[in-house]
Design a protein around this ligand. Structure first.
Ligand SMILES: Nc1nc2c(ncn2[C@@H]2O[C@H](COP(=O)(O)OP(=O)(O)OP(=O)(O)O)[C@@H](O)[C@H]2O)c(=O)[nH]1
Length: 198
């Protein structure tokens, strides 16, 4: 069993979006005294390397490397391509700025299911899904993701080929809180582990 503060993966927060539904930059929206971006980063603080996929200078997140997309404005699948390009070989814990309840316990649960010796497994998602912005992807997926983008595909849920994804059952629903609009921020529940309440 790994110590809870160690996550053997490269963290990647894709943060190159426009927040048009939110009306202002949702990464900088405040919840429980911290920005959404800070909450997401805290969930991944135990990762060996930490990548923020955003235009340079947009955010200041100490200890995180900033990498802009090679294909700006093409959506989170392009962010995943950037992540897989710059990550250390192996697993990437990939999420957005708008999933503030994904705690270290969430990522541990996914990492525990990754079957390190099974080369056919290239992604790990919660069973309640698909949750492509709160999942593990292996860097071996990079050629597949690049081919999707080259073909004009933008759907992140296609990043993991069928039959190569492990689904993790039983994760508390409270992890899955996504902020797209101001009302979503107002409706966030307090606990960071689903079953907890602050
Ligand atoms: N790297 C990168 N991340 C993106 C891009 N587009 C969206 N994201 C991120 O993907 C996550 C989910 O984004 P969405 O809510 O689907 O899109 P958004 O552009 O942020 O918001 P809307 O304009 O309201 O659709 C957020 O963390 C975004 O910052 C992109 O082109 N590149």
């Amino acid at each position: 069993m790994l110590p809870v503060d160690v996550l053997p993966a490269t963290a990647a927060i894709t943060a190159g979006g426009q927040s048009s539904r939110f009306g202002s930059d949702k990464a900088l929206a405040c919840w429980q005294g911290r920005t959404l971006l800070d909450h997401v980063a805290a969930g991944l603080a135990g990762c060996e390397r930490r990548l923020l996929l955003a235009p340079r200078g947009r955010y200041c997140l100490p200890g995180w490397e900033t990498w802009p997309d090679a294909r700006p404005g093409e959506g989170p699948l392009a962010g995943l391509e950037t992540a897989l390009t710059h990550a250390s070989p192996g697993w990437v814990a990939f999420t957005g700025v708008d999933n503030p309840a994904l705690s270290p316990e969430y990522w541990h649960a996914l990492l525990a299911a990754r079957r390190p010796n099974a080369r056919s497994v290239q992604a790990v998602h919660p069973e309640r899904g698909p949750q492509p912005l709160g999942a593990l992807y292996h860097t071996d997926l990079l050629p597949h993701v690049t081919a999707l983008l080259d073909a004009g595909e933008r759907r992140l849920r296609l990043a993991a080929p069928a039959g190569q994804t492990v689904l993790v059952p039983g994760l508390p629903t409270g992890f899955f809180q996504n902020v797209n609009r101001p009302a979503d921020l107002a409706g966030l529940s307090g606990g960071k582990q689903g079953s907890e309440a602050n």
